[in-house]
Write a protein that binds this ligand. Structure first.
Ligand SMILES: Nc1ncnc2c1ncn2[C@@H]1O[C@H](COP(=O)(O)OP(=O)(O)OP(=O)(O)O)[C@@H](O)[C@H]1O
Ligand SMILES: [Mg+2]
Length: 265
């Protein structure tokens, strides 16, 4: 385990991501915006944590801080025992707005992180095709990004985050632009992949059923300045399959979380 070997002191244990007292205030020309306040959250190694809450409560901000893309105002974030920073090879990020290069084909975009890391080209291509197949967009591998729909771009962007099989996955609403049936199918794929590889995952979504279906714990945030309202453990049996969606227990958890968010919206 990587985290155990660091000098972060006792207690880090099997923690993949440790978020301690993190706050963020954006300073803009028109004033300041306090996005998140005093967030404490550990994501254990191999754990799947979903983040839900009203629009604007700071979910993306928190994800960006963990990714090292945004500086926090106060607090600390440790990712596998080292302070959060951008450009880590062990972190796969899928941002809310897909960032793909228009002059590259879909396949070339997906392969980019593997190229940056100098990974074995043939193996990476194989994995990229596998992922595009899984996402249902293999037929578009040689197209340009502008030839894809919004939902297809999201899926290409997710394939890009997964291509190097990073130890930590940060995903921001990966399926917000796909239809409900495709989302359900992709959720099953994500659950299957998580069961197989057990990557430490922080997953932002507005879809409560998706959060419940995938996560070990669902973190419910309050409106801005976002604080944690409650952390709901999801004790649904694993593996999670299409049948999981039919369970009464699933419906109960969805209702509980909907109520928690509904207090504010
Ligand atoms: N770069 C920025 N500069 C200034 N304010 C920002 C910036 N990014 C986000 N904000 C503000 O911080 C708050 C939280 O934004 P954030 O994008 O983190 O919310 P969110 O929970 O991801 O929302 P959504 O569910 O709509 O994606 C919002 O009020 C937003 O306007
Ligand atoms: Mg967001």
């Amino acid at each position: 385990m990587t985290s155990g070997a660091t000098a972060n002191g006792p207690g880090l244990g099997d923690c993949g991501v440790r978020i301690s007292r993190v706050s963020k205030t954006y300073r803009t020309r028109s004033g300041t915006v306090e996005a998140i306040r005093n967030i404490d959250l550990d994501v254990n190694e191999g754990e799947f944590v979903a983040l839900v809450g009203p629009s604007g409560c700071g979910k993306s901000t928190l994800l960006h801080i963990v990714a090292g893309l945004v500086d926090m105002s106060t607090g600390d974030v440790d990712v596998y025992g080292a302070p959060a920073r951008a450009g880590r090879h062990d972190v796969g990020i899928m941002l809310q707005r897909a960032v793909l290069l228009p002059w590259r084909s879909v396949l070339a975009n997906v392969l980019m992180p593997a190229q940056i890391q100098n990974s074995d080209a043939a193996k990476s291509r194989e994995r990229a095709y596998e992922l595009l197949e899984m996402m249902g967009i293999a037929a578009f591998a040689d197209k340009h990004v502008w030839e894809l729909s919004g939902g297809m771009r999201q899926r290409a962007s997710l394939a890009q985050a997964l291509v190097t099989d990073p130890a930590i996955l940060l995903m921001d609403e990966p399926f917000s632009a796909v239809d409900e049936f495709t989302r359900e199918r992709l959720n099953v794929e994500v659950a299957r992949m998580h069961a197989a590889r057990g990557r430490t995952t922080l997953f932002v979504t507005h879809n409560i059923q998706e959060a419940v279906f995938l996560a070990d714990r669902v973190v419910v945030m309050r409106p801005r300045p976002g604080e944690i309202e409650e952390i709901v453990p999801i004790d649904l049996p694993r593996p999670r399959t299409a049948e999981t969606l039919e369970l009464e227990q699933t419906a109960r958890l969805v209702t509980e979380i909907r109520r928690l968010i509904g207090k504010y919206v």
